[in-house]
Design a protein around this ligand. Structure first.
Ligand code: GLN
Length: 500
């Protein structure tokens, strides 16, 4: 096959496949070879080449017969917290090492090549932090993922496999989940574009639960346009998820090019007010990150937007609040891994209690155990009022702070993370260091708001920096539109790591 189809994003591949520049089988073969060549990144936990090629052949047949499903024959991959009937699902944990799901997650089915699906081909499952707990992909039971920009650095987490695979051009797009930043932060660390929609936009049915009131599916890709293509297919009400929002299906691609009402030509963001929370630019923010974020804001202003000062006074409190609520929910959700219903069961036990104890001791890694213990503690009698209830009250106040901001601005901009990607192992065994680095993603998560990370150029050590955009509820169309306008005017999102 001539050319380098891995350089094309989802939109480009759609056009090339429709124009018969290459077949889905050829494309799939090409990407499978790249996955093998970049095996050292640790991005994939499972690849099923034969199944993918058979699916690609079916896609080519459908196209020959006039089929034109939106993602027909486009290869993608899923974070290994989405259950899949055709491939194992581990959630990055030993606990689920041999787990086989009898069904596909709703998001997987909607993107895939089954009846009613958008027609994408699944190449495999992507590495992630165990049960999506982490910010560096160093907590996977199956080894770390490496950042394609610098193999000695982390790709971010917990959707680190998704981010690395997209950045290394192994797939044009991948699914991820974001509970406290796990799409936005790895997107920022790898120079990819990631969107976490409003809580409730994507079904959680078939997503292995971490913290149910925060977990949300989304996309990592190489442009806002590609994110819009996938998000349109995967979002929408699902009666099998009681927290899924009852809204008509959205077409984020159609909305992409719409100018802000009344905008002048060449200034597509005319009239758009972008709030810069002063708490998102603390003295501790790395200078290179601040410089790139401000440069991106300057670009948005050149496109017609207006920057306004706003305040999110409880930004710092979002760390303790999140690290009470998320472990509390995790301790409850993970109680199902008892050696009876799912996954691993210890063979070293003589009675039931011992079986539970050993199963969980053997199956869970250190970070997961830490969260289960914290969660159990903050929910226990006597501490519930002091910790969990207080955290819930603060969560409401954090959400209210955003609504006050949105009186003065249409969307919020700032950094995604306080620094560029750090070195693998650099944080030692101090989990609090990683928790503190979540400061800019947690507030939006606690409020349930949509957020994006958009590439904003390179910082120190030639590592990517992300601009975070946060919208009001269900304003993902506007987020994508603003990110798209920025990507029409700049080429930061096209920068690729050396050697890929
Ligand atoms: N880094 C955060 C945590 O460790 C967020 C993880 C996520 O969004 N899944 O919990």
């Amino acid at each position: 096959m001539s050319g380098r189809p891995e350089q094309l994003g989802v939109a480009g591949l759609r056009r090339a496949l429709a124009a018969r520049e290459f077949s889905s089988v050829e494309l799939t073969q090409h990407l499978l070879a790249r996955i093998t060549a970049h095996h050292g990144l640790g991005a994939f936990l499972h690849v099923d080449g034969d199944r993918a090629l058979a699916a690609a052949a079916r896609a080519d047949q459908r196209r020959a017969g006039g089929g034109d499903a939106v993602l027909l024959g486009v290869p993608i991959a899923h974070k290994d917290v989405f259950v899949t009937a055709d491939a194992p699902t581990t959630a990055g944990s030993r606990m689920l090492e041999r787990y086989a799901s009898p069904f596909d997650a709703t998001v997987v089915a909607r993107l895939g090549d089954g009846p009613g699906g958008a027609g994408a081909i699944t190449l495999g499952k992507l590495n992630c932090d165990e049960f999506a707990m982490g910010s560096a992909n160093e907590n996977s039971a199956y080894g770390p993922v490496r950042n394609p920009w610098d193999a000695s650095r982390v790709p971010g987490g917990s959707s680190g496999g998704s981010a690395a695979a997209v950045a290394a051009r192994l797939v044009p797009a991948a699914t991820g989940t974001d509970t406290g930043g796990s799409i936005r932060q790895p997107a920022a660390f790898t120079g990819t574009t990631g969107i976490k929609p409003t809580y409730g936009v994507c079904s959680r049915y078939g997503i292995i639960a971490f913290a149910s009131s925060l977990d949300q599916a989304g996309v990592l890709a190489r442009s806002a346009e590609d994110c819009a293509l996938l998000l349109s297919a995967m979002s929408g009400h699902d009666p099998r998820d009681a927290t899924s929002a009852e809204r008509p299906p959205q077409d984020y691609v159609r909305d992409l090019g719409l100018p802000v009402p009344g905008a002048a030509a060449g200034r597509p963001l005319q009239g758009l007010r972008i709030g810069l929370p002063r708490e998102f630019f603390p003295a501790t923010l790395a200078g290179d990150v601040e410089g790139r974020v401000r440069a991106a804001v300057t670009e948005l202003v050149a496109l017609g937007a207006q920057a306004v000062d706003v305040s999110l006074p409880r930004t710092e409190l979002s760390i303790p609040v999140y690290y009470i609520i998320a472990p509390a929910e995790a301790s409850s959700n993970l109680s199902r891994y008892d050696g009876v219903r799912y996954g691993h069961r210890s063979v070293h036990a003589d009675d039931l209690l011992e079986m539970y104890r050993r199963t969980r001791a053997e199956g869970f890694g250190a970070e997961v155990k830490r969260r289960i213990m914290i969660g159990t503690y903050v929910l226990s009698h006597g501490y519930y009022d002091a910790y969990y209830l207080q955290a819930q009250k603060l969560r409401r106040m954090i959400a209210d702070d955003f609504q006050r901001c949105f009186k003065d601005c249409d969307l919020i901009a700032g950094p995604v993370a306080p620094s560029v990607a750090w070195k693998i192992g650099e944080q030692g065994d101090d989990p609090v260091k990683a928790y503190l680095a979540d400061i800019f993603t947690l507030p939006g998560s606690l409020a349930g708001l949509p957020g994006m990370s958009v590439p904003a150029g390179l910082g120190d050590h030639g590592m990517p920096v992300g601009l975070q955009l946060i919208g009001n509820y269900f304003d993902e169309a506007r987020l994508l539109q603003v990110a798209h306008a920025l990507q029409q005017a700049t080429d930061w999102h096209q920068a690729a790591p050396a050697g890929v």
